[in-house]
Write a protein that binds this ligand. Structure first.
Ligand code: ADP
Ligand code: MG
Length: 475
């Protein structure tokens, strides 16, 4: 039996479908399941603030109860409690201020996060590394090859390989993961190294607090003793002139002392607006590397790795369908896998149907339809029709066309089939490769380009293909 909390993601998914995105984000997305009690008649959820508690109770209770009852049919009482974590965070904020005023009593806020110990307090000796983000859990892909090699090198020789390392790219592509992987590896190699991961936003607010509470000395001392500084999302320095000034000095001191600095950003150094020229030039003086979006092959590799770790058993055609559809970033791929896992837990099965997957993918990206059936069933109706028509037209058997024989005409017929799969059925290169016995996508791409260029020159061939096209559409 699944635990009662396992149904909770489904309630959220249901709410997401029922209310507007804004409403969902504002009121439901931060609800957390705490427990059910009284033989399932009462459910306790946590809300981020007393304000949202009130709002939900007065305006959204019916909707919430409706969705809850779909998955927790016995529930009649709803108990909303204010999230302890949020309260703690508020307390930690207070502690920061208190600590800055009386530095001797540096609090160790190790319980601020459930998942891993973090403390962004200037006095803290915690490194804030998330244990999940190691090189071991990072899948090597074509879009991250260079940055992977650079960060690996830096973790072996912090301060002397490349300094600073500036990593940039869009959201969810692995910047934070990789920079923290360097921290873990460096710690393994040099257990006494003073390492600190810090989101730039936090650096900025610490700086502001230090100014207000006149504890700049402590702030400076803290940052200048770091030997491996991982500063995430540096674009947050934009427009913050005095923080930039302080960061500039910290940077120079660390750099002169051969202390390693790794910086991430959503843009290339010279593309970040509102940052002083002298900082931009510091950012660019070591190694600047970008992370591009993953290709479909990369996405397949990532999905295979993640599903294995999550013990999710998905057949190849479903992996392919997800990789085809979710072409944004790795975080979104993870989102889909989490939904699949929730679905399986709920249905007590260890697989999901193509339809269910299709629904999950549609919710993720409404508007376009997945063609899982083609991927699932390469000899499905439409693929089969195209194949038959080409076979008839050229006088070859299906085996010959799908095989590897290299006679000129068979090759051409095969290339035409690939071309039609691409343009008529909008199949991807890897999916087409799969139909043709697992051929490499570059072979498929080459074949399709070839037909493209042949039809430009050869009008007769173009007519032939048009004829095949229309015949294959007839019943
Ligand atoms: P960014 O900092 O670029 O916005 P993150 O480092 O937070 O992105 O990555 C988003 C999520 O995707 C994280 O959970 C991370 O572990 C995962 N991720 C990104 N790239 C990879 C990869 N190549 N292999 C495994 N997981 C990855
Ligand atoms: Mg990040």
């Amino acid at each position: 039996m699944p635990a009662t909390k396992d149904y909770w993601p489904l309630v959220l998914a249901n709410l997401k479908d029922r209310v507007t995105t804004d409403n969902y984000q504002a009121w439901f997305s931060r609800l957390e399941f705490i427990k059910t009690s009284n033989q399932g008649r009462k459910i306790t959820l946590s809300v981020p603030s007393s304000f949202s508690k009130k709002y939900i109770q007065t305006k959204l209770k019916d909707q919430l109860m409706d969705s809850l009852n779909k998955f927790y049919p016995q529930v009649i009482h709803l108990d909303l409690v204010i999230n302890q974590n949020e309260i703690q965070q508020e307390q930690v904020k207070q502690q920061v201020l208190a600590n800055l005023e009386s530095p001797e009593e540096a609090p160790q806020s190790s319980n601020t996060s459930k998942k891993f110990k973090t403390s962004y307090l200037p006095g803290s000796n915690l490194n804030n590394l998330n244990p999940k983000y190691t090189f071991d859990t990072f899948v090597k892909t074509s879009n991250t090859e260079l940055v992977h090699n650079v960060t690996k090198a830096v973790s072996e020789k912090p301060g002397s390989a490349y300094n600073p390392v500036f990593i940039y790219g869009g959201v969810g592509l692995g910047k934070t993961h990789l920079m923290q992987a360097v921290g873990h590896k460096a710690l393994e190699n040099f257990p006494n190294l003073n390492i600190k991961y810090i989101p730039c936003e936090t650096f900025v607010s610490q700086f502001q607090i230090a100014i207000r509470s006149r504890t700049m000395d402590k702030f400076k001392e803290h940052y200048r003793s770091i030997e491996l500084l991982l500063i995430d999302d540096i674009q947050f320095l934009s427009g913050k002139e005095s923080t930039q000034e302080e960061f500039f000095h910290t940077f120079n001191l660390l750099h002169q002392d051969n202390k390693q600095i790794i910086i991430t950003s959503d843009k290339a150094p010279n593309q970040i607006a509102g940052i002083e020229e002298r900082l931009i030039s510091r950012f660019s003086m070591g190694m600047v590397v970008d992370i591009d979006t993953p290709t479909v092959e990369d996405r397949i590799a990532i999905l295979n790795d993640k599903t294995a770790r999550m013990q999710l058993n998905l057949p190849d055609h479903q992996i392919l369908a997800i990789a085809e559809r979710i072409n944004t970033n790795v975080r979104d791929l993870e989102g889909v896998l989490n939904k699949i896992q929730a679905k399986m837990t709920f249905s007590l099965k260890n697989n999901i149907s193509d339809n269910e997957l299709q629904n999950i993918l549609e919710v993720n990206d409404p508007g376009s339809s997945v063609k899982i059936e083609y991927l699932n069933n390469p000899s499905g109706i439409r693929t089969q029709k195209i194949l038959n028509t080409v076979c008839k037209y050229f006088g070859y058997s299906q085996d010959q066309i799908l095989g590897t024989g290299r006679q000129k005409d068979v090759s051409l017929a095969r290339q035409i089939v690939m071309w039609l799969f691409k343009y008529e059925l909008e199949m991807s290169y890897p999916a087409i490769g799969k139909v043709f016995g697992g051929r490499n996508h570059t072979t498929v791409m080459h074949a399709i380009n070839k037909v493209d260029s042949l039809t430009k020159k050869d009008t007769k061939l173009k007519q032939k293909i048009n004829h095949i096209k229309s015949t294959s559409k007839k019943d």
